[in-house]
Design a protein around this ligand. Sequence first.
Ligand SMILES: Nc1ncnc2c1ncn2[C@@H]1O[C@H](COP(=O)(O)OP(=O)(O)O)[C@@H](O)[C@H]1O
Ligand SMILES: CSC[C@H]1O[C@H](OP(=O)(O)O)[C@H](O)[C@@H]1O
Length: 403
Amino acid sequence: MTFQFDVYKPLTEESAISLLKKLHFFAEDEHVTCREIGDGNLNLVFQMSTQGSTKKWIVKQALPYAKVVGESWPLTLKRAKIESEALLQFAKFTPHLVPEVLYSNETLALTIMEDLSHLSIARTGLIKGDSYPNLGKDIGTFLAHILFKTSDLGLSPTEKKEKAQQFSNPELCKITEDLVFTDPFFDHDTNDFEPELSEKVEQLWKEDELKLEVAKLKRLFLTNGDALIHGDLHTGSIFASEHETKIIDPEFAFYGPFGFDLGHFIANLLFNALRRPPAQTELFGFIHDTWETFSSVFTSLWKEDKNNPFLQVNGYLDYTLRTVWQDALGFAGCEMIRRTIGLAHVADLDTIEESELRIRTKEIALDIGRSLILNRVEIKNVQDLHEFYIENNEFLGNNARTV
Ligand SMILES: Nc1ncnc2c1ncn2[C@@H]1O[C@H](COP(=O)(O)OP(=O)(O)O)[C@@H](O)[C@H]1O
Ligand SMILES: CSC[C@H]1O[C@H](OP(=O)(O)O)[C@H](O)[C@@H]1O
């Protein structure tokens, strides 16, 4: 079969095999098995292997629309380039925490990468109760490196501005601006929630104090180009095992606020804590490890820099870390609300089978999201966050000790 490299066309299992043979990932006469395994909202993912060999590859290809909605929602193919370039960028700082990119093609909007199927998607594993002792430390390490080294702290002003241009990602940012920061706070037709939540949701839509705080957080997202961020760092974008962590799917990457990824990661751990009350201590342990590792690695990188005179100014590091934490809590609150009542949900909540428990858990997720946005300045550390979580969550049973 011939393969056209100069025209974009969505791959099929058959044409994906042909592509990988043309690129010599497999020999022409090899018997290759290929399966489309994409379960995300946006793209095609093909898994390819040959029997009796360790050769296993993943081909991820963007569609010219959002898969979850269909062709009525056109979406740029440029996101595939952003994703592969972000993975390459992250690999410069933390190669052990991202899949290896072996090939990318902007015209075909695809990336060929290392197959990580020996690991589990962290959301799925956490729901099952799997244990990931390194998860918090690894995410903290990842965030400290990418945030410090791609920001004005780690690059010259010119280099940073060039990188910000390279990762300009307006269409994907618009999705976040709408689906995370806008639609869930208004009566918008992208919202999706059970009728039993209507009263609570309508109450939320009436709260000007809350909307004012969300407007401030949205402005941060729109205007604070601190560093190259992943842009969608939820537990479904992380592969993990007891020993390894790999971050995937950075197609939403752009120059955004320091606290955004941390906030999304925290929110998604909180969803799992709501789903599994007995695992609360373990999940707050992850948040603790993430923050402690992030702040200590970020601090070391900061202290290594002897060229920037401002980095020696008393109070500047503390101010920076405090702002990252506060903003992260606000972003976490927005993520909790949007994943509960917006377009894209999380399995942690949606697969709670017993309907009364599911609705009650979602009500608590909304309460916690709302309070995180409103009280983000008062919650100073992980201990405060845990105490605050317990206060907001009498219903699900709070026999766990705080971290
Ligand atoms: N490198 C990989 N190795 C193995 N499976 C992968 C890999 N990348 C993605 N997948 C699988 O494909 C699914 C969707 O991938 P993801 O990058 O999240 O797509 P989307 O951008 O559509 O959300 C993942 O949940 C995972 O099951
Ligand atoms: C129409 S995109 C909705 C939602 O999907 C993305 O998540 P993922 O790629 O992990 O499935 C992102 O969170 C978007 O907000």
